[in-house]
Design a protein around this ligand. Sequence first.
Ligand code: PGA
Length: 260
Amino acid sequence: MRLVILENAEAVADFACEYFVGQLKRQPKSVLGLATGSSPVALYQRLIQANQKGEVSFDQVTSFNLDEYIGLAGDHPQSYRYFMNDKLFDHVNIDQAKTHVPNGAAEDPNAECARYEAAIAEAGGIDLQLLGIGVNGHIGFNEPLSSLASRTRVKTLTKSTIEANSRYFDADEFQPTDAITTGIGTILDAKEVMLLATGPNKAEAVRGCVEGPVSAACPASALQLHQHAVVVVDEDAASLLSMKEYAQWAEQRHIELEGA
Ligand code: PGA
């Protein structure tokens, strides 16, 4: 695992942007795995700027988002399809027909999960998967106790996730309690994964992800099994890591060796 500890959230977004731009320059036809939540927003803003300046193109990109609420159609302002259009797709030169988000309004959610998993395979698999992390260690909506081999399926959200996400919903608004999410097995199949975490409230989850036992109790710990996982965190999110100094030294060596 490559662990990159940076000063603050701005530096995390800068690093991630450079990484995604590098990926798209090397492989313009990339299949990207994308995420919602607050963590990727600053990255998306930078990608929009880079696209508008002509530094990167999305015209050949295919994308698959991690998850979607069951019960919200794509035009619902709290749906993840709406979020992606609003925060990224509407502002870059991506072909919207090649952007995929599970259909949370599907009549048969289980069939939608199977269709989604097949569509990822049909596209040739995900080249670079972006992840946030929940305060409980979830990735996508793979809540604790998710099988580390899980594929796209329906998942009931934990109380802590529902509470964390209630900030997006009005008090009297319907807030879904279930979601379609790609599985941990689906995520581990991506050629590369990049997890972003900032802020002190993520420190415990980051410790579980990076230093904890590989366990369904912390789904993000499954990244320890991935050959090309990059975890990018700010100082606050790294504050509980016992291997922090080593990680910083190893990253410095990585830069020196790559540059050599
Ligand atoms: P956040 O959510 O980026 O809004 O903190 C991350 C997640 O729940 O996966």
